[in-house]
Write a protein that binds this ligand. Structure first.
Ligand code: FDA
Ligand code: NAP
Length: 452
């Protein structure tokens, strides 16, 4: 196929890459825009590489709860009357009364997953599953003119490839699992994002000794799960701090997740942005909900009360120095900061709950990336409306990010807290810019952005 061929039909206004909560929320915002302005429809389609909808399925552990209020759903903060809100879901499944009786702002992750599946089913005609986007290119780059159309390459599991065209893409491909340098995952060494699938593939009797690395929410939840699910096993928690630290979800600190905090961060000084991180990183990273911390401590204390050999071991101020694999055996070298010594531990399974990196759009943009501006630290510059800042003012096609904007828009970038409002802002931007182009052939909106 001639990849620079201009299509005669089938140009979408928006193609969304990934169909997790962020882009689902965008699909809803676009649908609701169309309902309120039927004379200005916005055509859109979304591609999701998973074969069916799923939200961090490998971490759907029993009893784990959401870290946001149920009202921070796909739509409510933007449109409280949306049919896609969590309350509408509860009504649809006939559980609204019981939910209210339960008096809990924080549903289980199982329940929130059911809500998302319900919403995904309603949006079924907007998404193609089993479709991985592999590249985004300009469809027109002849004669040096700024591109006005994008070409999106899509791969299906059977190896099939197709190309679609769009005026805008919204990249929302989620977090990228992070393993320490030099560590490679396999059937015995897992990242937390693979946890349940890997765990279920094992015979529990063969898991006599397991270790979990990290002191964040994933690590604490997995440690508790392994201790409860493997009553015969030794469970070691390798934690880099002296003990788990609590996630600050008290009301004043929680304001960092408000929609208004995005403006404060985006238009704030460099020192203000730095202060957000220094003072409030503990609302989200390397921290654990208080109830999970207490549940783990209770298990440890119960062991002491019962007496005998404990099987829950906390290796404080310890990091993984090396991992050696040989058949069924995994030897992990643990370096303790307490005495500066390294000790070896043999385990049947080793779980790295060592966090995630943000999305890097350059992976999908390839050569096209040179059209987008970067700051002094080499990060993409992003406009307030989440559109990548372009080198040429006249480039009318847009690449938007949902996720990967912590450096410009702050802590909510990788979270659910602000997705309804953010998706509304992206939808508005696409509609407004198109209206501007229709009027005078130039983009209508040039939202201020902080200095490079
Ligand atoms: P998400 O990762 O959900 O979706 C991205 C989608 O893109 C995936 O479905 C992926 O398959 C798809 N994709 C990737 N590359 C693709 C490609 N090239 N082509 C097509 N599709 C592609 N936050 C919060 O605020 N409250 C909470 O309670 C939690 N809980 C939580 C639990 C766990 C276990 C984790 C790991 C994280 C959270 N989070 C969270 C943070 C989390 O980032 C957030 O809940 C959402 O998943 C963000 O939604 P997104 O749609 O942005 O990404
Ligand atoms: P995280 O918060 O980034 O924590 C990663 C942990 O791994 C940190 O304690 C980190 O220590 C540690 N670590 C990294 N490299 C290490 C090494 N080499 N040796 C020892 N420790 C190492 O990641 P996460 O727990 O996966 O959480 C990610 C996101 O998912 C958060 O937003 C969280 O809230 C969310 N989440 C939510 C739920 C839920 O809703 N129930 C469940 C799980 C996760 P340092 O601090 O030293 O880097």
């Amino acid at each position: 196929m001639d990849t620079t061929e201009r299509p005669s039909q089938g140009i979408y206004d928006v193609v969304g890459i990934g169909f997790g909560p962020s882009n689902m929320s965008l699909a809803i915002a676009l649908e609701e825009h169309e309902a309120s302005s039927p004379q200005h429809p916005v055509t859109s389609h979304f591609f999701e590489r998973q074969p069916a909808f799923g939200w961090h399925r490998n971490m759907l552990l029993p009893s784990t709860t959401m870290q946001i209020s149920f009202l921070k759903d796909l739509a409510t903060f933007r449109n409280p009357t949306s049919r896609y809100g969590f309350i509408s879901y509860l009504h649809a499944v006939d559980r609204l009364v019981q939910f209210v009786n339960n008096q809990d702002f924080f549903p289980t992750r199982q329940e929130f997953h059911q809500y998302l599946e319900w919403a995904a089913a309603l949006l079924g005609d907007k998404v193609t599953y089993g479709a991985e986007v592999t590249a985004i290119r300009p469809a027109t780059e002849d004669g040096g003119a700024a591109p006005d159309l994008l070409q999106i390459e899509v791969r299906t599991p059977d190896g099939g490839r197709s190309v679609v065209h769009a005026r805008n893409v919204v990249i929302s491909t989620g977090l990228v699992p992070r393993l320490p340098d030099g560590v490679r995952g396999d059937e015995r060494v897992w990242h937390s994002s693979q946890f349940l699938a890997r765990f279920r593939a094992q015979d529990p009797a063969g898991l006599q000794s397991v270790a979990v690395v990290g002191a964040g929410q994933s690590a604490a939840e997995i440690t508790r799960f392994l201790y409860d699910s493997l009553p015969h096993a030794q469970v070691s928690a390798v934690i880099p701090s002296y003990g788990y630290s609590v996630a600050d979800d008290t009301p004043f600190a929680n304001q960092v997740f408000d929609p208004g905090a995005v403006d404060a961060y985006y238009f704030g000084t460099e020192r203000a942005r730095d202060s957000f991180w220094r003072y409030h990183r503990n609302t989200n990273y390397s921290v654990v909900d208080a109830d999970v911390i207490r549940a783990l401590y209770q298990r440890s204390y119960d062991e002491q009360v019962r007496g005998g050999e404990p099987r829950l071991h906390f290796r404080n101020l310890t990091r993984v120095a090396d991992v050696e694999r040989s058949g069924r055996v995994t030897r992990v070298a643990l370096h303790s900061l307490l005495d500066d010594r390294t000790e070896e531990l043999a385990v049947d399974a080793l779980v790295f709950a060592t966090g995630y990196d943000g999305v890097d759009p350059a992976r999908l943009l390839g050569d096209f990336d040179r059209h987008f501006l970067r700051d002094a630290a080499g990060r993409h510059r992003v406009e307030r409306d989440y559109r990548l800042l372009t080198a040429s003012e006249s480039m009318s096609c847009g690449v938007y990010l949902q996720g990967g904007t912590e450096h410009t828009h702050g802590l909510t970038s990788s979270l659910l807290s602000n997705i309804a409002v953010r998706s509304g802002e992206i939808a508005d931007s696409i509609v407004l810019r198109r209206a501007g182009r229709d009027l005078d052939g130039a983009p209508a909106v040039r939202v201020a952005s902080p200095a490079a």
